[in-house]
Design a protein around this ligand. Sequence first.
Ligand code: PGA
Length: 300
Amino acid sequence: MKFTATATAFVIATATTGSHAFSPVATPSTSSVSLQASRQPIMAGNWKMNPCTEDDALDLSKELTKLLGDETCPIDDANPLCTEVVIFPPFPFISQVSNVVADAGITIGAQSIYFEEKGAYTGSVSAPMVLSMGCEYVLCGHSERRTLFDDNDQAINQKVHKVLSSGMKPILCIGESKEEYDLHIKNEVCAMQLSKDLANVTKEQMKNVVIAYEPVWAIGTGLVCGSAEANETHAFLRTILSRMYDDEVAQATRIQYGGSVTPDSVDELMAMPEIDGCLVGGASLVAEKFGRIINFTTQK
Ligand code: PGA
């Protein structure tokens, strides 16, 4: 679909339904959200359709467990400084990988689910299935699912609800394409995705939602969005969350950056006040690289 700035503004103004309608007349000032909150860092590794064999997946998992730092732990309200680590192996490896990493404090997630509970849906995997294998997180709305598998915002919203009602946590991925970036409609696109993908998600449920801002042009390309620009976009997303919910939700929600994150870029990204973690693809397949990313050194 081709966008123009005018068309997109119109779409956003008219497409927001349910409890989250907002009026994007102008790009809101990010200064309207000023509360401070401590958000536990969350580093996630999205293995995508890698590696090719279970043996390789187990080797990678074992290597990774050796590289965790002292400041790594599962989600922990009492210790907001420790970094939560989540990995998303392909479905067939979830169970075995989970056995390897569970004791090391690494959490497991699924890369997708189908929103139905069970039934005649050949090739699909349901929320109860991945929950029963120990998954705590599910990626929803990843750009590869949106573009290669036609996941639209309605389907993504259904997944988000299914993940939450099943007792797991969605990492909702949003982000603009290169074309949208060049048209300077990044904010509008992200606001629209947030609004549609979180439709009818309650304030209470938002405690279990993580957002991943992933500019599509930065995914797998080696092009990292500049840390200052990513920070600005995250601040904008908090303004939208504040409009959809309130400042408390806007400040409490963890927002990851994703797109070609490497050991070289992680410290600068994590030094930014609005960036709470990274969603890492390629670099999460190399234990040393992901280990370095988990153990980012910059203190805010
Ligand atoms: P990348 O992937 O780190 O390889 O760019 C990120 C992602 O797809 O989440």
